[in-house]
Design a protein around this ligand. Structure first.
Ligand code: DHE
Length: 524
């Protein structure tokens, strides 16, 4: 019904443009009324999104203004929007671009009622099948996000044949998360939509909009909850993992009333908790998802919520246990026992190791050049546990001893990398060269020697990035990050290409088994 409505809206808009005929001169006119006339129907009167994405600087950060003007003028293959170049002149289009890249005067609200109002059940539980409707190994499926035309492909990890391809919400970002049994996959869009799909029935289950700009989501180890971390508004939102109905909105605010965006939220499985790092408050939060959580003393929180006094307890659900830091923490990585988190400090000179049990920083690490720790992996080298991470601003992969927290080696690469991946059953780790003139290259590193043993260039000139392995680690799947792109399947032992599957700018791909078994070679 929603899609049908959307289709008719777009038809109506397109008809209105054709009827409008020649472009009028808009020179000197304010952009706001032009926005309200031409854009508000799909993108919302308040720019918070509707059937089209939210148009706020926070949501548009990755789209250059020039490209945005091009999309308004000519439309784009990935969007259903008409080409406005037929009805608006350059002055109007430039004005619109400036307008949508202007911050709203205040952080918009997205309270529980709005979240509730956005909730959609696509397939009630009684219509979900009792066994898979396909013959593929349900634990060797891949969820592949195709950002080129905003679709998702569910791929059979044995035959490398697509089982199901469906349209997703606009601009999915971050890793797909699975229910502990691997049956359901949860995806988040930058615009705040969280969607759940059934990998047995190959149907959508439910959707809900948790915020205006979402960072990422985590699924609890017991499979009962999903937590979403938002950039806008400054909240963490807990959902029932069954039907995605909202359970609780937690304002992200410190003792002095300062609010913060969420850097990332992940599940600390053995601790039965969600852990969140914050961008604007130097604190890490741990929130238990147990039924009768231990009450957390509010401690130093200076009476910031009405009716709460110093010395009282947060009794939950999801009580917030705070760890105070001396610097802000960005995206982070867990030690395999989930006792420590390793994150990049805002000063961009080093990383911080924070112990969740003693609740303070226990070490600084030599990690400059914006390490992309969310993409870190761990493995054993000469009997010792190592953490390895690429850097977004340096041409290297850092390998760090997780006992001494000393850097063992910086492996020189042909450019800054985004994603590093491996698997327990392979001696190799794969890292892309995401930025610069060598962005078509991917290095294969031998974990036994910490040397690059091969550099692959699957399609010269096109970005090659993000590897994920099949459940047995025999094959590595790599993305050609292009509208005319592909997934390239490699034999992980011989490093020879086995197959190419055409796709529209495939970004991340996530193997069910490796994720639910918390493989040390991938993100969780
Ligand atoms: Fe990501 C994961 C943050 C830009 C593609 N990215 C993540 C996660 C975080 C993060 C916190 C972990 C979420 C999770 O898995 O639960 N990303 C950021 C940023 O702060 C940054 C640098 C700036 C921003 O615009 O937000 C950023 N990311 C990008 C991109 O430009 C990428 C390349 C393209 C895109 O789709 O936006 C991109 N990020 C990804 C992907 C993952 C991801 C594919 C999942 C990796 C995985 O294997 O788990």
């Amino acid at each position: 019904m929603r899609r049908l409505e959307a289709f008719f809206l777009i038809l109506a808009l397109a008809a209105a443009f054709l009827a409008a005929g020649d472009t009028t001169s808009f020179a000197g006119q304010p952009a706001e009324p032009i926005y309200q006339e031409h854009c508000a129907t799909c993108h919302g009167v308040d720019r918070l999104g509707g059937i089209g994405p939210a148009l706020l600087p926070e949501n548009l950060k990755r789209l250059r203004k020039k490209k945005a003007a091009g999309v308004i003028t000519n439309s784009s293959p990935a969007s259903q929007m008409p080409a406005f170049g037929q009805v608006l002149d350059t002055a109007a289009i430039n004005g619109l671009v400036d307008y949508i890249y202007t911050k709203l005067p205040r952080v918009p609200d997205w309270p529980l009622e709005k979240i509730r109002a956005s909730h959609v059940i696509h397939t009630p539980p009684k219509f979900l099948p009792e066994k898979p409707v396909h013959n593929a190994d349900p634990l060797n499926l891949f969820t592949v996000v195709e950002t080129g035309d905003h679709h998702v492909t569910i791929l059979d990890g044995d035959t490398f044949e697509p089982l199901w391809r469906f349209p997703s919400r606009f601009a999915l970002h971050g890793g797909a998360k699975y229910s502990p049994d691997g049956r359901f996959v949860y995806l988040a869009s930058r615009d705040g939509w969280v969607s759940k799909y059934d990998l047995w029935g190959l149907v959508p289950v439910a959707e809900v909009r948790v915020g205006i700009n979402t960072r990422n989501i985590a699924v609890s180890g017991d499979g009962r909850y999903v937590m979403a971390g938002n950039m806008l508004p400054h909240t963490l939102v807990v959902l029932d993992a069954g039907d995605l109905s909202p359970v609780k909105v937690i304002p992200v605010v410190d003792g002095k009333g300062r609010t913060s965006r969420v850097s990332a939220v992940y599940t600390a499985y053995p601790r039965n908790s969600f852990v969140a790092a914050l961008k604007d408050i130097p604190e890490v939060w741990e929130m238990s998802y147990e039924d009768d959580p231990e009450p957390v003393p509010l401690g130093f929180i200076h009476n910031y919520r009405e009716g709460q006094e110093e010395g009282m307890f947060d009794r939950g659900p999801f009580p917030v246990r705070r760890i105070w830091l001396d610097d802000y923490l960005d995206d982070f990585f867990f030690s395999p026992d989930y006792d420590d988190i390793i994150g990049a400090a805002r000063n961009a000179k080093n990383g911080q190791v924070v112990n969740l049990t003693v609740r303070h920083k226990i070490a600084d690490i030599d990690l400059s050049g914006m390490p992309h720790l969310g993409s870190g992996i761990s493995f054993r080298y000469k009997g010792r546990l190592m953490l390895a991470t690429p850097h977004l601003k340096e041409n290297s992969v850092s390998v760090i001893d997780m006992k001494t927290w000393k850097t063992i080696k910086r492996i020189e690469t042909l450019g800054p990398g985004f994603f590093l991946r491996s698997h327990e059953n392979t001696p190799y780790a794969w890292v892309d060269v995401f930025f610069g003139k060598n962005r078509d290259a991917v290095h294969v590193i031998d974990k036994r020697t910490l040397e690059i043993v091969k550099t692959l260039r699957p399609v010269p000139g096109k970005t090659a990035a993000h590897v994920e392995f099949t459940r047995d680690g025999r094959y590595a799947l790599l993305s050609i990050w292009d509208m005319d792109g592909a997934l390239v399947v490699y034999d992980a032992a011989t490093l020879e290409e086995v197959k190419r599957i055409p796709m529209k700018k495939p970004s991340g791909k996530y193997n069910v088994y490796n994720k639910i078994n918390l493989s040390s070679g991938t993100s969780h």
